[in-house]
Write a protein that binds this ligand. Structure first.
Ligand SMILES: C[S@@+](CC[C@H](N)C(=O)[O-])C[C@H]1O[C@@H](n2cnc3c(N)ncnc32)[C@H](O)[C@@H]1O
Length: 270
């Protein structure tokens, strides 16, 4: 197993190494994929409740949903249990392997959400939890929206969820989590650098059955997007129907909200 993953930040920020290549190589989406839930420690039910509320408000008749950058399927799996016919798309074979094992009712496809065309058009597309931030340039964002447009019905609903880095911009903290098999101590330090969120993650993982432990260093580099970016880059194919500041669907406030959650309508292409 690789125990360290670090790319030269300046090369990534300058576009010499594409962000998608960074995502492809991260330990968390490869060797550590089976520990993803433990490491990220997210409240998936709360996030799925927010998606369900938006669907009820904006497109209640929807039946099909695509989860772009679905990872281990934590949203896809719960949404399929809510009655949707769900397809998850991801570039990471390791993440997809975990998702397929956990949620056999969903279809999980290997693909790049900047270009992957489905054989049908879905009612809803979601891209959750800062996955959109792996789009490294305006051109890539344009390819993303064109691809989503091809994969969504006219009048379909697109939900984009990113961190609001105007608020969440620098942090150093430590977390400790455990499941029946592993305990994990995680030291995280994050900062902003030339419009990117740069994070360093130090993992100490202990196998509780054998008492063996391992230390790893992983990296996070993600491009920062503002509400203005998310509005102008999506137009005219996608128009904003609502902007929310957290999974409680409170109104987005640039200087306070931890997240930017945008619900878009897919407009007809004339
Ligand atoms: C931060 S994780 C989030 C996963 C999931 N959405 C969640 O909230 O748990 C980002 C995921 O996006 C995937 N990813 C990054 N760039 C991608 C791309 N261009 N196409 C498809 N998947 C991508 C990664 O492999 C990873 O599984």
């Amino acid at each position: 197993m690789r125990q360290q993953y670090i790319l030269p930040v300046d090369s990534v920020v300058a576009g010499r190494i594409p962000l998608v290549d960074h995502a492809r190589r991260k330990l968390l989406y490869n060797e550590l994929a089976s520990l993803f839930d433990l490491a990220v420690h997210r409240d998936s039910h709360r996030e799925v409740d927010a998606i369900m509320s938006l669907v009820q408000r904006l497109r209640p008749e929807s039946k099909t949903l695509i989860d772009l950058g679905c990872g281990v399927g934590r949203h896809a799996g719960l949404l399929s249990r809510c009655g949707f016919n769900v397809t998850g798309i991801d570039i990471s074979p390791a993440m997809l392997a975990v998702a397929r094992k956990r949620y056999p009712a969903c279809a999980f496809l290997a693909g790049d959400f900047r270009s992957h065309r489905l054989q049908y058009q879905s009612d809803i597309a979601i891209i959750m939890w800062t996955t959109f931030n792996y789009l490294g340039s305006d051109d890539e964002v344009d390819s993303f929206f064109r691809t989503v447009s091809a994969n969504l019905v006219e009048d379909g609903l697109l939900i984009v969820d990113v961190a609001n880095y105007a608020v969440k911009n620098t942090a150093t903290y430590e977390r400790h989590h455990a499941n029946v098999r592993y305990s994990l101590n995680l030291q995280i330090s994050k900062s902003l650098y030339h419009g990117h969120n740069i994070g360093l993650y130090r993992y100490h993982i202990r196998d509780l059955a054998t008492d063996n432990s391992i230390d790893c260093i992983d990296q996070e580099i993600a491009r920062v997007y503002s509400m203005e970016d998310l509005t102008t880059l999506a137009a005219p194919t996608f128009s904003v129907k609502g902007a929310f500041g957290d999974y409680d669907l409170s109104a987005f406030d640039r200087s306070r909200s931890p997240r930017i959650i945008v619900a878009y309508r897919h407009n007809a292409i004339k």
